[in-house]
Design a protein around this ligand. Structure first.
Ligand SMILES: Nc1ncnc2c1ncn2[C@@H]1O[C@H](COP(=O)(O)OP(=O)(O)OP(=O)(O)O)[C@@H](O)[C@H]1O
Length: 242
């Protein structure tokens, strides 16, 4: 039984249609990545799944007990506003301190609760947003370019954290990313969007699809093989957030 089902969805802003006839579903425990060029409708699709954008056609269904956790692309917090991480995570409704501690631990930043939001590094900020999404114990975690602005090691560490969250909680993950080689190697399934679903399947299938190569070139295949080769050995996946 899928957690969410998107059936024949089209999304328009006024007269402009940005996505047409998109169908997809996410099953429990899967990591599914959406890739696509700028403006191809990726964020619009995620926002439709969480109910923030109404589809012009088609429908999105999810089980009545399925909880979603959403990590947005950006979140601006006034840097002059004094606010600790714990306070931020307790907004807008009260959350028990143990739940905040658990979420920060799952996000890989157990010691940040007393830090000021304005003093966090980019990597720490993203981990705090991840912790915020994990507080509700989601069945499906949705990430919109969560590693934007992080350097390559920082973003690779972030994706390893996502894999560990999936391992520990069993949640499914639907994420958007531009970091093709890192993300493709961490995903069970990849969906390539460009106004519609161009191609989808395992990372290997998508990386070799002509539709994908027309958009991104053929470089990913080599990077994917290299990454898989490099990681064909054990790892201590406990790097601290940048
Ligand atoms: N609220 C809105 N009103 C009008 N047009 C919008 C709105 N949100 C997005 N669009 C337009 O819809 C198109 C798809 O935007 P969307 O943000 O979904 O794409 P994206 O694939 O996530 O892009 P990026 O990779 O640049 O983040 C763009 O042309 C964008 O300008």
């Amino acid at each position: 039984m899928s957690l969410v089902c998107v059936e024949n969805v089209s999304i328009s802003y006024g007269a402009k249609t940005v996505l047409s006839h998109v169908s997809l579903s996410v099953d429990p425990g899967e990591i599914v990545t959406i890739v696509g060029p700028n403006g191809s409708g990726k964020t619009s699709l995620l926002r439709t799944i969480i109910g923030a954008v109404k589809p012009a056609r088609g429908r999105v269904t999810r089980g009545s007990d399925v909880r979603l956790g959403y990590v947005p692309q950006r979140l601006h917090i006034d840097p002059t506003l004094p606010m600790t991480v714990a306070r931020f995570l307790a907004l807008p409704r009260g959350v028990a301190p143990e739940a905040i501690g658990d979420a920060l631990t799952q996000a890989g930043v157990p010691d940040l609760s007393k830090s000021q939001m304005s003093r966090l590094s980019g990597g720490q900020f993203q981990r705090v947003l991840l912790a915020r999404a994990l507080i509700g114990k989601p069945h499906l975690l949705l990430l919109d370019e969560a590693t934007q602005g992080l350097d390559q090691p920082g973003s690779a560490a972030f994706y390893r954290q996502i894999e560990s969250v999936r391992r520990d909680t069993g949640c499914a993950v639907l994420m958007i990313s531009h970091e093709l080689h890192v993300v493709m190697s961490a995903s069970d399934r990849v969906i390539c969007l460009n106004g519609h679903v161009c191609c989808e399947g395992t990372p290997e299938v998508v990386a070799s699809a002509p539709e994908y190569r027309a958009l991104f070139g053929s470089g990913t295949m080599g990077a994917l093989a290299l990454y898989r080769h490099d990681h064909d050995h054990g790892h201590d996946h406990t790097e601290a957030a940048e």
